[in-house]
Design a protein around this ligand. Structure first.
Ligand SMILES: *Cc1c(COP(=O)(O)O)cnc(C)c1O
Length: 397
């Protein structure tokens, strides 16, 4: 049976280019870049080159790139940076929004316990926040605004440039979690105007456990991990050279092929939205237009997301019901609740996140399979029975 992997928002398969870029640093060039001998210096050179490549992909300067262990660490480091700055300046208010990744939301909870006041903006039915909302929420004591570039569950792309401009005008730091955006849609830090930006290699065919934080010149990141002088003293620990080189290679490749891949993914995405939209009492989650090229997220009334996933898996389709982080818990997605889906509907969600290895034939197979699975599950669902007999009202028309 062919496996159709459509869970690329959870993680991606490493590209051949990324694997080849990493191998020399696992085999012969295994040195520590802090060592003065030749083997160490080869690693040091690789680190310098990778930093240049990552910087170039983002339109940043090499001095503005800090390597981390991934998106979660970058997000935490960005928030800590703002928090320490805020504590020094007596500004203890941070603005974010309800559909952020848990790496942001849980780190904000921690800052709340540390005495910060957190404002979480509401999103509209598409999952969007406006620059106007941000502007109205900024106060005298606001130190930072953090809004994600693109949502990992529903694929909504936020108006980051406009939000960053408002923050700049008000003299407030702006960070964006661009983990789902880098390598998928154009991301240029200077053009966006952000002060900090998080990214993670395994979301664009690089390895897991490596990422970066962009920090604008003139701003110094706080140290989340204390120890040696790596990353200009801001992030201790012997560098993950193999991972960093693979990330740089994957990023270069993703950015070079971005236009071509986005076009291909958009076509497949739109076919899925069209085909799955034929299922009665189904709804697309997220914006129809401000949307990541490879993201489809839908709710089907009367069924549980988990059971759809198991039956699709049996057909070789690897999908998700939302974020990888909430699966396993019985709570419906905070993102779907934030866009106004009621609990019972939020439970019946399906996320399909595509990559360029998927084919138009895969899309047809997915549409056919989801239709069969939804049909099958509805036949057994007491909730669906009630809906059909008029004992209960449809939430999705
Ligand atoms: C995956 C993801 C993260 C976490 O990145 P890791 O590298 O897995 O720690 C953070 N934010 C968003 C939006 C993500 O999709």
């Amino acid at each position: 049976m062919k496996t159709i992997y459509v869970d690329n928002a959870a993680t991606t398969k490493m590209s051949k280019t990324a694997i080849s870029a990493m191998m020399p640093y696992l085999e012969e060039n295994y040195g520590n870049p802090s060592s003065l001998h030749t083997v160490g210096q080869l690693a040091q050179e690789a680190l310098v080159k990778a930093r240049m490549e990552v910087a170039e992909c983002l339109g940043a300067d090499v001095k503005e790139i800090y390597f981390t262990s991934g998106g979660s660490e970058s997000d935490n480091q960005a928030l800590l940076t703002a928090a320490e700055l805020g504590e020094r300046k007596g500004k203890k208010h941070i603005i974010s929004q309800k559909t952020e990744h848990h790496a942001i939301l849980h780190a904000l909870n921690k800052l709340e316990k540390r005495g910060f006041e957190i404002t979480l903006l509401d999103v509209d039915g598409d999952g969007l926040v406006t620059a106007e909302q941000v502007k109205n929420a900024i106060r005298e004591d606001t130190v930072m605004v953090t809004i994600m570039t693109a949502n990992n569950e529903i694929g909504t792309i936020m108006p980051i440039k406009e939000i960053a401009a408002v923050c700049k005008e008000k003299g407030v730091l702006f960070h964006t979690d661009a983990v789902q955006a880098v390598g998928h849609i154009p991301v240029d830090v200077k053009e966006l105007g952000c002060d900090m930006l998080s990214l993670s290699a395994h979301k664009f065919h690089g390895p897991k456990g490596v990422g970066a934080l962009y920090v604008r010149k003139g701003l110094f990141p706080s140290t989340l991990i204390e120890g040696g002088a790596q990353e200009r003293g801001r992030r201790a620990g012997t560098e993950n050279i193999a991972g960093i080189c693979a990330m740089a290679a994957a990023m270069k490749e993703a950015v070079a092929k971005l236009g071509e891949n986005a076009e291909k993914l958009t076509k497949m995405r739109d076919r899925l939205i069209e085909g799955l939209g034929e299922i009665s009492h189904s709804v697309l989650n997220g914006s129809r237009t401000q949307r990541l090229p490879g993201n489809v997220n839908m709710c089907f009334e009367g069924i549980e997301g988990e059971s759809i996933l198991l039956l699709l898996d049996a057909k070789g389709i690897c999908a998700s019901s939302g974020s990888a982080c909430t699966s396993g818990s019985l709570d419906p997605s905070h993102v779907l609740l934030a866009i106004g889906r009621p609990h019972e509907v939020a439970h019946g969600s399906l996320r399909l996140s595509l990559c360029e290895e998927n084919t138009p034939e895969d899309m047809e197979f997915i549409i056919k399979s989801v239709k069969e699975v939804v049909d099958y599950l509805r036949k057994m669902s007491p909730v669906w029975q009630d809906l059909q007999e008029g004992k209960r009202k449809y939430v999705i028309q």
